[in-house]
Write a protein of this length. Structure first.
Length: 173
């Protein structure tokens, strides 16, 4: 019995030390990487197919929980297993999708109704278009507060606070 208690104490001590060790390494070292692709997790991608089944687990034998039916929709990858990626949409719905149905092309969904698309990344720049909530736009460069978008033949800059599909603080060239 004593040997079991000592091992349990050792394991508990190690578990308590893990958060402190992660803090010492800093936020850059804490970035999780996918075991298959070695790309950061979570990360954003888009739906390549016009329809994709989101399954309960990473194989064709698992039940379909959700069907994505919007091509180019941005999704967040949260896990990887073989040829499968666990994804979520902006509402948190999702499941495991085969990697061949996903694309690295970045898109965003407009979350703010009548979001102005501006000629320059400045609040006083002229608006070239107003984007309705739910519009899917192609993502270009992103600065601290602004992202360049292309949607419906219009190009311009929009505040990132009105978008889903780009991480807070993410910078893109």
């Amino acid at each position: 019995m004593r040997r079991i208690l000592c091992r349990a104490g050792l394991v508990l001590g190690l578990l308590l030390a893990l958060p402190a060790a992660a803090e010492e390494r800093g936020p850059a070292a804490a970035e999780e990487r996918g075991p298959v692709t070695n790309l950061p997790l979570p990360r954003f991608v888009s739906l390549k197919a016009s329809e994709a089944n989101a399954r309960r687990g990473p194989s064709l034998t698992h039940r379909i929980d959700w069907v994505f039916v919007r091509r180019d929709m941005p999704l967040r990858i949260t896990a990887e297993h073989g040829h499968w990626r666990r994804v979520q949409d902006r509402e948190g719905a999702g499941g495991w999708v085969h990697y061949s149905l996903l694309s690295g092309v970045r898109t965003v969904i407009v979350e703010e109704d009548n979001l102005p698309l501006r000629a320059r990344p400045a609040e006083r720049a002229p608006a070239t278009a107003l984007l309705q909530a739910g519009v899917v736009a192609r993502l270009g460069a992103c600065r601290a507060e602004w992202c360049r978008l292309t949607a419906g033949g219009h190009r311009g800059w929009a505040r990132r606070t009105g978008l889903w599909g780009v991480a807070p603080g993410e910078l893109r060239d």
